[in-house]
Design a protein around this ligand. Sequence first.
Ligand code: HBI
Length: 362
Amino acid sequence: MGFAEQSSLKLLFVSTPVGPLGSGVGGGVELTLLNMLTALASRGHKIQVIAPQDSRLPHHPVVEVPGHPQILAQTQSRETPIHLPSNSVLANMWSRVLTLQSHYDLVVNFAYDWLPLYLTPFLTTPIAHLISMGSLTEAMDQIIGQIAQDYPYQIGVHTQAQAQTFLFAQHCYPVGNGFDLSLYQFSATSAPYLCWLGRIAPEKALEDAVAAAERTGLPLKVMGHIQDQTYFDSIRTQFPQAQIDYLGFLDTAAMQQVLRQSQGLLVTPRWVEAFGNVVIEALACGVPVVAYNRGGPAEIIREGETGWLVEADNVEALIQGVQKLPEIDRQACRQQAEQDYSLSAFAERLEQWFQKILQAQG
Ligand code: HBI
């Protein structure tokens, strides 16, 4: 590693435009931004964050930008054209980037949106795009693919499974993810309940976890932002016998207090989950995971060692996984989180990613 690689970088993080940081509307990408910030700041890098009005980060200032949020990409159909609302917070954030960019070595984009990708050739400072979901629409696939082709290494993804949803998978740079494991307390014992975590929306298929819980007679403690209230209400109606204990969108400290004592976490994505932050959060607490065998969780979970991967969309298989949870050694779960998903492991991968981009600048 030459001197240049050792020096600290000046990084400009530009958040998701779907909602303020700390609201939960941005789902996993909010946690990823915070974890990247923590990981890189602890290595001496200097980071500024631009995010929508009312964003909050623990112990870090945010440049708050007003404007109307972007519609959630995963609610769009594949052919939906690119659109921007009037007074777009996305456009307003990137106008700010244009004025600030010369003070930074690298811009890091967290938005799954067309504009920042389109702007890549027009900025003087390189942009590292962290693509937070798999393929969703033609227009996004086209612009991500174009940048992946023209700007080597500047398209970052979480897992190979996520990259494989794109035709240009070979041009995607996988960085995994990383968590502040000190926030998660290992529990060697469990209480008789299951957990489900995440945005409550159709692509997360909470109904399958509720069906499994109802059949096993175990309470299901649910935590996360209700993105689709009608969808949630319909699940309650569909499974009147299920013991669903909805606890709201909690911060990490409060959430892990509940998660750490559960017998297991159920992960039931209907879509190809880019990563599956909740899987790592469970492992960090020593909680084994039963997950559908698709997407990021399928790349993370060590079958029979830290959890069970079951046939996707099969509730019977989910129930069998629940019944085998006691076979898993909870210590092995915590150890996997420490080996692969600590902040220091993540910071190593991120620094290598950034150096690849900066060296490619010539
Ligand atoms: N939709 N348009 C848009 N932009 C985002 O940045 C975005 C999104 N939907 C979901 C989302 N980000 C995050 O919740 C996921 O990336 C995790």
